[in-house]
Design a protein around this ligand. Structure first.
Ligand code: SF4
Length: 604
């Protein structure tokens, strides 16, 4: 076999009959879809009927490393989880850093396909080639950190991936956790793992590197990339100093920082929950994922112990969106998201929707069971986070299904600030036009990291676009979405893209896998992945009208701050975007599918 950064091996675990098989990876297919997100989507597409119930035994949980996960590239340690989402009913692809992905690669596997459902709770242990399913009754009900502690005590120098009670209870916002506080957080992937009675995967590996096709070319590109990352203002200074929370003040100053469930867009108290305040008063250290020179992870203290600190999205979601301007409270709520294994974006955004329902009299005092859902209540955000994670009480169990199902149940779907039933992140798309187009067309629903238009619209990377205008946003959104699909599939962190260009990623991938990508062919590979996800969604029942934004963003103007008076003009951008993609009514034309070599995948 040619030397590449792929191991050439997949694990298949049938949980129903406990059968464990190791099978060869089709290298041609791997190269066509790169790895991780792309390859995982292709396998899911080939192996399940997209119309199945996501929480049934028929769904598969695919955990896949990237083409360069484990290789000597900056941030090259990521893995993705691909499955059918119980939250959106469409494709789920959630990725995470830490050490776990690299460990799996070092143990000798490119990915794991879980199918069926175990009779009772189990965990998977991988010690290099030795792979075993073991009983996990004693772990069931434990929080994420408790599970990790128990398994790490038994498996020296291991890395642990697990679900908390959120996944066990099949909260549609359940995450998969690894390495303490790293999370594949979005789209309810933890609920799929819980539905299979799979509690954890512990990995031990003797190796700590993998071969690549051209190590000299890899070394050269590594030196170039490290210099660029160190010299760039975002990756060299902003993220290492303040973490992603560096964005609190920046976004607020544009008047695009949603408050009180997006009723406002400018937060007079943003400074209190900013990255600067976090760094000055609460920061105990920083965290670096595998081979990461940036180190955006925050470390804060709770009850005398160091724990993971909040990201920008979490500071905003509890801070601006729920009105709690208190970092210790946000740290506490974030801690419970991690312990219970639930998404620290969707959960506080669902609480914010519930707060608006309560504010307007649709949720009663009695239903709040002693903890009123009042905007600004410190007690409410912590307590309702726990109730959601534990699916506790009638309202807690309903809220565990996410904001859309909650608001539908109260007859006010307009209070769910979501796309395709997944809660929107921290940028008001009325003040920043292109991010709205990205939200609307994201294959996994409301999400910023499928095509991070904040880069050109706010941070001037690679150049500054006028955030208030719709011109050129369609083509830029397509490029960002396609490049992101490539980076996710390579197993690198999206944050490197502030400093690196498509040429750098092509050089890395070619050195690692022996491909001969140009910038154009690399972006086309990303486009292929994006279109494949779209075909999955079409087969799963997606309709053209699902590419939309909450009415509040397209019909109601911003009422306060520097972007007052603005709305999102999705109606102008969407047709331009479909034209740029070669899509009609939200789906690829036959001509586009043929160009991308995907025509077989669209057959029913
Ligand atoms: S930049 Fe942050 S999220 Fe990305 S790999 Fe580094 S520490 Fe992890």
């Amino acid at each position: 076999m040619e030397t590449t950064s792929y191991n050439g091996k997949l694990l298949r675990i049938n949980l129903t009959n406990s059968q464990i098989t190791s099978e060869s990876l089709n290298l041609d297919l791997a190269k066509k879809f790169i790895g991780a997100r792309g390859l995982g989507t292709k396998i899911l597409m080939d192996e399940i009927n997209p119309t199945i119930d996501p929480l049934s035994d028929d769904n598969k949980l695919i955990i896949m490393t990237g083409a360069l996960t484990g290789a000597a590239v900056p941030t090259g340690g990521r893995y993705v989880v691909v499955t059918k989402s119980p939250l959106t009913g469409m494709i789920a692809c959630s990725n995470s850093g830490g050490e776990w992905g690299a460990k799996l690669k070092y143990a000798g596997f490119d990915g794991i396909i879980f199918e069926g459902k175990a009779q009772s709770p189990v965990y998977l242990s991988i010690c290099d080639e030795k792979v075993e399913l073991k009983p996990a009754e004693a772990l069931w009900g434990k929080t994420s950190s408790e599970t990790e502690e128990i398994l790490k005590a038994e498996y020296e120098k291991s890395s642990v991936l697990n679900i908390g009670p959120g996944g066990e209870n099949k909260s549609l916002m359940a995450a998969i956790m690894n390495d303490a506080d790293r999370a594949a957080g979005r789209s309810g992937v933890g609920a799929v793992m819980g539905s299979k009675n799979l509690k954890a995967i512990v990995v031990q590996a003797s190796r700590n590197n993998i071969p690549v096709t051209d190590s000299e070319a890899m070394r050269k590109e590594m030196l170039i990339a490290m210099k660029k990352i160190k010299e760039d203002g975002v990756t060299g200074t902003g993220l290492p100093t303040y973490g992603t929370a560096v964005l609190v003040n920046i976004i607020n100053e544009t008047g695009s920082f949603p408050t009180d469930n997006w009723q406002g867009s400018y937060d007079e108290n943003a400074e209190i929950i900013s990255g600067e305040t976090l760094a000055e008063k609460y920061l105990k250290g920083t965290y670096h994922c595998h081979r990461c020179p940036i180190g955006c992870g925050r470390v804060v203290e709770r009850e005398g112990k160091n724990i993971g600190g909040p990201e920008y999205e979490t500071l905003w979601a509890y801070g601006g969106n729920c009105g709690v301007h208190d970092i210790p409270t946000i740290n506490e709520a974030n801690f419970w998201c991690n312990e219970l294994g639930i998404d620290s974006i969707s959960v506080p955004c669902t609480i914010a929707s519930a707060m608006e329902l309560y504010q307007k009299g649709y949720i009663s005092e009695e239903e709040c069971d002693g903890v009123p859902l009042t905007f600004g209540s410190k007690e409410a955000v912590v307590e309702w986070t726990k109730r959601i994670g534990l699916s506790q009480g009638k309202l807690g169990a309903l809220m565990a299904k996410g904001s859309q199902r909650l608001c539908d149940a109260y007859g006010h779907p307009e209070f769910s600030m979501s796309v395709k039933k997944q809660e929107l992140p921290a940028y008001d798309a009325r003040g920043i036009q292109g991010i709205g187009l990205n939200y609307a067309t994201s294959n996994r629903g409301g999400c910023h990291v499928r095509g991070y238009m904040i880069s050109p619209e706010i941070l001037a990377h690679p150049e500054l676009l006028d955030r208030t205008k719709t011109e050129d946003k369609a083509t830029w959104t397509k490029i960002f979405q396609d490049l992101t699909a490539v980076i996710d599939s390579m197993g690198m962190c999206l944050f490197t893209s502030f400093a690196l260009g498509a040429d750098d990623y092509a050089n890395f991938l070619n050195a690692g896998t022996g491909t001969t990508h140009t910038v154009d062919s690399l972006l086309e590979a990303g486009e292929r992945i994006y279109n494949l996800e779209r075909i999955f969604n079409k087969k799963a029942g997606m309709k053209a009208e699902d590419d939309s934004l909450p009415k509040r963003l397209t019909e109601d103007s911003i009422v306060d701050g520097p972007s007052q008076g603005q709305k999102n003009h999705l109606n102008i951008m969407l047709p331009e975007y479909y034209a740029a993609r070669g899509w009609v009514n939200a789906f690829p034309t036959e001509e586009t599918l043929i160009r991308l070599g995907l025509e077989e995948n669209d057959r029913s």
